[in-house]
Design a binder for this molecule. Structure first.
Ligand code: SF4
Length: 275
């Protein structure tokens, strides 16, 4: 992994009003600014927080050093106003490598278990997420942990996000959380080329699958992704089959062989608080 610039900063606020794709939530919660995984397709690359930085996306991480004290205060205030449903995280990975040392996400989870929100959705692609199983168990059905598994083929993962954790570790983490009674899902998001075996592999790892793609999920009908030239990352034999707005239907049909319809979600539906 390339060397990262790590800065400790004081944040002004930690709970942000949710909007757009995440409008089913009251707030988003991002412990860090920046993301060391630097996925090629990350839509945050085209957002102001990334565009106005000198360094490239993936090369820096700001640690919000005062995040826990802010969260305790803001959570108390927001809960007085109405239901608090939190999406962690929308523009960073809460379990990226710096979290081993900082334990910032864990500190925030401690605050969230002491004063629980109505619902918490955790989105990550890191196997480190299992470290916090003890805290997840305290949140019970107020929590859903979503682990990104875009493909079952690690060679494909390496083409699109070489700095992100290997697929094998993510599968292991998903299985462990599921086996321990945590509500989980595999987020095939963005869907990448995968083998016909993918649904069978996931069958005993979780009972919830969400499929999303560049066209439905980047917030601009695929335009942002196109600007990132993602199509050039596909091997020629993949482009027309998988970089296509109908590819999700083919993947869905494969998953319908192993999963019931009520276990399968498409795009935004899979990232909203379960009803
Ligand atoms: S892990 Fe998520 S936030 Fe981080 S670079 Fe990848 S897509 Fe972006």
């Amino acid at each position: 992994m390339r060397e990262k610039t790590i800065l400790h900063k004081q944040a002004r606020t930690i709970l942000t009003k949710a909007s757009g794709f995440l409008q089913g939530y009251s707030h988003t919660l991002n412990p860090y600014v920046g993301c060391a995984y630097g996925c090629s397709y990350c839509y945050v690359r085209k957002m102001p927080i990334a565009l106005f930085r000198e360094q490239s996306w993936g090369d820096y991480v700001d640690v919000k050093a005062n995040a826990k004290s802010l969260l305790i205060k803001e959570l108390r205030r927001e809960k007085q106003k109405g239901p608090v449903t939190v999406f962690m995280s929308s523009s960073t990975d809460p379990y990226q490598p710096i979290e081993y040392k900082e334990e910032l996400t864990r500190n925030l989870l401690e605050a969230l278990t002491e004063d629980p929100p109505d619902f918490l959705f955790i989105q990550t692609r890191s196997p480190m997420v299992t470290r916090d199983l003890d805290l997840f168990q305290k949140l019970k059905d107020r929590l859903l942990v979503s682990i990104t598994i875009e493909t079952d083929e690690d060679s494909i993962r390496k083409q699109f996000s070489p700095q992100a954790p290997a697929i094998r570790g993510r599968l292991r983490a998903l299985k462990e959380l599921h086996a321990n009674g945590i509500q989980t899902q595999a987020a095939i998001a963005p869907l990448l080329p995968s083998s016909p075996n993918f649904p069978k592999i996931l069958r005993d790892h979780t009972n919830r699958i969400t499929i999303d793609d560049f066209f439905m999920g980047d917030g601009s009908g695929g335009k942002r992704t196109k600007q990132l030239n993602i199509q050039n990352k596909y091997e020629p034999e993949h482009v027309y089959h998988w970089y296509d707005e109908n590819a999700y239907k083919k993947l869905l049909r494969r998953f319908q062989q192993e999963f019931r319809d009520k276990e399968l979600f498409i795009s935004q539906q899979g990232f909203l608080p379960p009803t």
